[in-house]
Design a protein around this ligand. Structure first.
Ligand code: PAF
Length: 281
């Protein structure tokens, strides 16, 4: 199927009607563009589990704080379309900020406590912005499923909660984090890293792996394993925002290792904030 590029609601609805008429089941892959192999893997997964992949590219102003990188978020529109065409996506919706938030727009979805911990602590309002835009995209596209990378693990939990709480008839699927060969989690923001920082960056995943092993061995307390990890990251040149062990579904804090558990971290490397997470089992 040829890729349709829809730049407004009317052409989006026309293309969706075509897919529905052909009896296609669709999976949505929401993105902010600057696509990398991680996004491509989500499109391919979509095509494996349903008939067609529908992608959105929208840099959502409501999920960026006032001092964050909204204005300089990486953009590569032509390369993005090329990658989506090669990956076999059927439709990409590229709305403008005015299409999504026309003058007078004032509604916001609040995701409560789940949006205030971890990422939400450092980025107040971030998950409300994510939930607001995704609710709009879900309702205008009404996909059978929506796929999210586990790299943004808290986002995945928030979206799962959102779908349950609002009775959205959409199955939310998590897909494994794609990594560079040295272990660094793929992210559109990795382009911000200097050559030196890029060499150091994989240490975040390395430390997660080693702390995860120590926690799983139950030889020391969770707190002491986390403290060792924070110290190792500091020594490696990171400024740690958090390194925490959480229950894998509710993201409740875990003082003792009780599976299913997720180890999540955010740390600054110079001016770039990296996040990553792993399962601990
Ligand atoms: O993960 C992202 O790229 C964004 O948070 C998303 C899900 C596209 C919402 O703007």
């Amino acid at each position: 199927m040829q890729l349709t590029v829809a730049k407004d609601m009317e052409s989006l609805q026309e293309a969706l009607a075509g897919l529905a008429k052909a009896g296609k089941r669709i999976a949505l892959v929401p993105t902010m563009g600057a696509l990398h192999a991680g996004h491509v893997s989500l499109v391919k997964l979509a095509k494996e589990i349903v008939d067609e992949a529908v992608v959105t590219i929208f840099v959502n102003p409501k999920q960026f704080g006032p001092t964050e990188d909204y204005g300089r978020y990486p953009k590569s529109p032509e390369e993005d379309i090329k990658k989506l065409r090669e990956a076999g996506a059927a439709l990409v919706y590229v709305p403008s900020a005015d299409d999504i938030y026309p003058p007078g727009f004032s509604t916001s979805i609040s995701v409560g406590e789940l949006g205030k911990i971890l990422e939400g602590k450092s980025r107040p309002g971030h998950f409300d912005g994510v939930a607001t835009v995704l609710t709009k995209l879900f309702l205008s596209i009404l996909p059978h499923m929506a796929i999210f990378g586990e790299k943004d693990y808290q986002q995945l939990c928030v979206v799962q909660r959102l779908a349950v709480d609002l009775d959205l008839p959409i199955e939310i699927i998590g897909a494994p984090t794609m990594r560079e060969v040295d272990g660094l989690a793929m992210s559109s923001r990795n382009v911000y890293l200097s050559v030196e920082e890029r060499k150091i960056a994989p240490k975040l995943h390395e430390v997660l792996e080693s702390v995860g092993k120590v926690i799983a061995s139950r030889k020391v307390s969770v707190k002491s394993a986390l403290d060792q990890g924070i110290a190792a990251l500091g020594k490696g040149g990171f400024k740690v925002d958090y390194l925490e062990l959480r229950q894998a579904e509710t993201l409740a804090e875990l003082r003792d290792f009780t599976p299913p558990a997720r180890l999540l971290a955010a740390a600054w490397l110079g001016a770039t904030r990296l996040i990553d997470n792993i399962v601990v089992e």
